[in-house]
Write a protein that binds this ligand. Sequence first.
Ligand SMILES: [Zn+2]
Length: 422
Amino acid sequence: MQKSPGQHPSASGLRFGPALMARLDALAAFTEVEGQLTRRYLSPAHIAAMRQVEAWMAAAGMSVRTDPLMSVFGRYEGHAPGAPAIMIGSHIDTVIDAGRYDGNLGVLAAIAVVAELRDRGERLQHAVEVVAFGEEEGSRFSAHILTSSALVGAVGPELLEVRDADGISVREALARAGGNAQAYRDCVRPRGEIAAFLELHIEQGPVLETQGKALAAVTAVNGSVRSRVTVSGFAGHAGTVPMGQRRDALAAASEMILAVERIGGSEPELVATVGRIAALPGAQNVIPGRVAFTIDMRSPDDAVRDRAHGALVPALEETARRRGVQVEIDTYQRNAATALDPLVIDAVSEAIAACGQEPLRLPSGAGHDAMIMAGHCPSGMLFLRCKDGISHNPAESITVDDADLGVQALLEAVRRLDRRLR
Ligand SMILES: [Zn+2]
C-alpha cells in the first residue's frame, strides 16, 4: 500500500475530482511489490486491478467484458442498442516503481464520465465504451502497446511467443491469468464498430505546467529517427602527442553532440537527444581513438524532422573533416509521426474551452494506445498537467482540481463527438 490514500483535500464544489483521486489511490494499492506501484501485464496485481475496474464499470451502469488478451471493456449503450461506440480509456499496466496516474487516470476518469451520463439519465446517439488496456508500457514483455494493437488487428502469433525475464511467454501468461492467446484474432474490432477513440493521459512533460494551463488537445504523436554515429580518430599517448597533432575522436564527438543540440533547438516542437556515448579505448591516459553515440530525433511533423536530420549529416561531416577524423552515420530506424484526427482535436479543444480553460494544442513526445487506435478510427488525446512533468516515477502528481477538470473536459468532448460523428 502506498502512503496517503484518500488524503486529498476534498475541495468543495468539485463534482468529480475528490472521488476520482480516491479511486486512483485505491487502484494504486494493486501492486506486485509492497511499498511501490508495480503492476505489470498479467501479474496477479494486474488481474486484481482488472477485477476492481470491472466492478467500478458495472457500478456505473456498464455491461462488462474482457477480450482474450485481457483488455477490459465497459459498455454504456446509446439510444439504440448496438450503435457504434465512442471509446474512451487508457491502460492499467504500469512500469516498475510507477506513479499512480499514467494510464490509470484515463481509465478511471472515463468510468466517471459514464457514471455521470447514467446519473443524469443521458443517452447519446453513440454507445460509450470504456477500455482498460494492458501491456501498454511493455514493462513485462517488451511488447508495448500490445493489447490495443490486438484490437486493431496488428498482432501476429510471433508476439505471443515473446518471453518475460523469467522465460514465461505471453501465451503461457495468458493461460495462467485466464486469457486465451489462441483466440487473439477475436480481439479485433471491425472498423465502424468504434466511431472514435479518445484517451485522457497525463502530459508526462512540463509544457502545460510551464504555461500555467491544465489541459491540452494533442495534435500528433511524434515520429522519430534514430541513428548510431561512429567517430574514428587515432588513439595515442595522453602525455606525448601535442595538442595540435591529435585526432581525438571524443573531442570531435563533443562538437558533434553540440551540433545535435543546436539543430534540435532550431525548429519548434523538434527535439534531438544524444542519450548514449562510449569512448574507446576508455583509459585515462589515452587519447580516445573511437567513439560511438546515438541520436534520437523526434517531431510531430515528419518533414520538419527529415529536414533537421538532413542538416545534421553535413554538420557532422564538416566537423569530422576539420578535425581529421572519420564519421559514419547509420540511421537504422524511422517511425512516421501519427497525426491525430482534426475532428477529434477540435472537439477536445472546444471541450477544454467549455470548461473555462484556455485550450492549448500540443504534440505528444511519448507513444500511447491512441497512436495505435489512430490507424483504426478517428482518434485523439487530452493531456492533463502533471507536477514538474514527472512520470514513470512514484513522484508523479496531479491536483484534485485538474482531475476534476479532466473528467469535465472528457465528458464535454464525448458529447461533442457524439453530435459530430455520423
Ligand atoms: Zn501511459
